[in-house]
Write a protein that binds this ligand. Structure first.
Ligand code: ADP
Length: 166
């Protein structure tokens, strides 16, 4: 069985992520979408790890052979644990490339057990990022063209909570 692992923060999942998931699932018998505890992004996180996983589960419910898990620590350990043959990452632009290249090369230095596969989302999502979505919501913008309806719903709740607290 060929298993692929697609790691990320998914804070929150966007149509760009979903596009990559749909493309990647065609390449593997099983695709594991791995929600990471990302320490460097914790201060800007909108959703908890469990909320991100729950949202992903909801929006991926109808997609066959896709499983959502959470992981903490090294990507290499998650790859080993789930017996993945490849790690999937998405590329939006040249700006993504430098970071992705460094990470893939660093991991290859440590182990040559797996390869990283880069996929490009459809042109219409090439500019969508979780960070931009969060900014748009904070300033009252409409994010519905860029994220699944379940994410719009949960982001609205977050906005209401923030407004009440203020
Ligand atoms: P990370 O915090 O690891 O960068 P993200 O949740 O931001 O994780 O993204 C996970 C993966 O999905 C990354 O490889 C990222 O490049 C990719 N990705 C996110 N949005 C898009 C998009 N619109 N098009 C293509 N790839 C994307």
């Amino acid at each position: 069985m060929k298993i692929g692992l697609f790691p990320g923060s998914f804070d929150p999942v966007t149509n760009g992520h979903l596009d990559i998931i749909n493309r990647a699932k065609e390449l593997f018998d099983r695709l594991i979408v791995a929600v990471a505890v990302n320490d460097s992004k914790t201060s800007t996180a909108m959703f908890t790890l469990r909320e991100r996983q729950k949202l992903l589960k909801e929006v991926c419910k109808g997609i066959p052979r896709v499983e959502i898990i959470c992981f903490d620590g090294l990507l290499l350990d998650a790859v080993k644990k789930y017996k993945a043959v490849s790690v999937v990452r998405g590329l939006r632009a040249i700006s993504d490339f430098e970071y992705e290249f460094q990470m893939a090369m660093m991991n290859r230095e440590i182990t040559s057990d797996y390869d990283t596969i880069f996929l490009m989302a459809s042109h219409s999502y090439s500019f969508v990022s979780s960070r931009m979505i969060k900014e748009l919501v904070r300033f009252g913008g409409d994010v519905s063209p860029f994220v699944p309806p379940a994410v719009v719903r949960e982001m609205k709740k977050h906005r209401n909570i923030r407004t009440k607290v203020k």
